[in-house]
Design a protein around this ligand. Structure first.
Ligand code: GDP
Ligand code: MG
Length: 299
């Protein structure tokens, strides 16, 4: 598939009360056009659930658990981390059930997302179960008190209007990289996002001194007894002078790259991260096809 420029990409969080149809929607999207479905064991709280790649955009759907009324402090803490995620993702889809009256659980979530800057869509699901005339009343009920950037009625089960939802989402995405190869089938889809975050920091902090072709390989990523996800990654450059720039005086630059990348990764994965970075020189690695594969790159 040839890619259109500028390419757009972003992260989308689907939230809503239990049983409104969040998983059904994901399955519907995934069934239509998925690049990957993560079946990674639950090492992270914000799990990547599916990736849709079109010729002009990539949409990464993430699950954001912990958005229920807090019963004790731990839940309260999880809620806070869930909300900080909402400010980091590109779109929040708030899903409700057209069959059920708006309830306390819906209000609770809407109050929490009322002031986030991220675009919010109201998704009214299960429209196959209601009379079309009832829809307007439902929309009015929700939008009288709360503002949404878009209101999209769907039937997640039979797929009605789901393609239109994807098109609308695409319109809100910022310009960005293709995080995942479109036919990616991997046990560890998070590796690619993590490597993109690190790469972004390298480019930001070194300005024009390091070429965009710099690669980042995530060597391993797993949760240890200290409850942190330990990430080991290698930054691959093709000249020793570039290695020096990335490491910086007394290792200062590499430390800064690590600190900034770690913050982003923590928000994205919803877990504490221990990040260790190496820098490796490998001449002409871009010209060797086998290595390109290793580095998660595609021509
Ligand atoms: P979640 O808890 O939000 O992930 O909800 P699920 O996706 O598990 O769906 C809960 C129930 O609602 C399941 O029995 C689904 O089959 C049903 N459901 C989901 N979407 C629709 C829909 O569009 N129409 C109908 N009729 N049922 C739906
Ligand atoms: Mg579910």
């Amino acid at each position: 598939m040839s890619k259109k420029e500028p390419f757009k990409s972003g992260f989308i969080s689907i939230i809503g009360r239990p049983n409104v149809g969040k998983s059904t929607l994901l399955n519907q999207i995934v069934g239509q056009k998925v690049a990957i479905m993560s079946d990674t064991p639950q090492t992270t709280r914000n799990k990547i659930q599916g990736v849709v790649t079109t010729e002009s955009a990539q949409m990464v759907f993430i699950d954001t658990p912990g958005i229920h009324k807090p019963k004790h402090r731990l839940n309260d803490f999880m809620l806070k981390s869930a909300y900080s995620t909402f400010n980091q993702v590109d779109i929040v889809l708030f899903m409700v059930n057209a069959e059920e009256a708006r309830g306390g659980g819906d209000n609770f979530i809407m109050e929490r997302i009322a002031n986030i800057k991220t675009p919010k869509f109201l998704i009214i699901n299960k429209i196959d179960k209601i009379h079309p005339e009832a829809l307007l009343k439902i929309i009015t009920d929700y939008t009288n008190d709360y503002e949404f950037d878009e209101v999209v009625p769907v039937s997640a089960k039979n797929g009605n209007n789901v393609q239109a939802l994807l098109n609308t989402i695409q319109g809100y995405l910022p310009e960005g990289p293709q995080y995942y190869p479109e036919d990616q089938v991997t046990d560890h889809p998070e590796y690619f996002v993590v490597s993109e975050f690190i790469r972004e920091k390298v480019l930001q902090l070194t300005r024009d001194e390091i070429p965009h072709s710099v690669a980042v390989v995530v060597d391993s990523m797993q949760k240890n007894e200290d409850n942190k996800v330990h990430v080991y990654a290698t930054i691959v450059v093709d000249r020793p002078s570039q290695k020096g720039i990335i490491i910086g005086k007394g290792g200062k630059m590499l430390k800064e790259i690590g600190t900034r990348a770690r913050r982003d990764i923590e928000v994205m994965l919803g877990d504490k991260i221990f990040l260790e970075l190496w820098v490796k020189v490998q001449r002409d690695w871009r010209d060797r096809p086998t290595h390109l594969q290793d580095y998660g790159y595609r021509q």
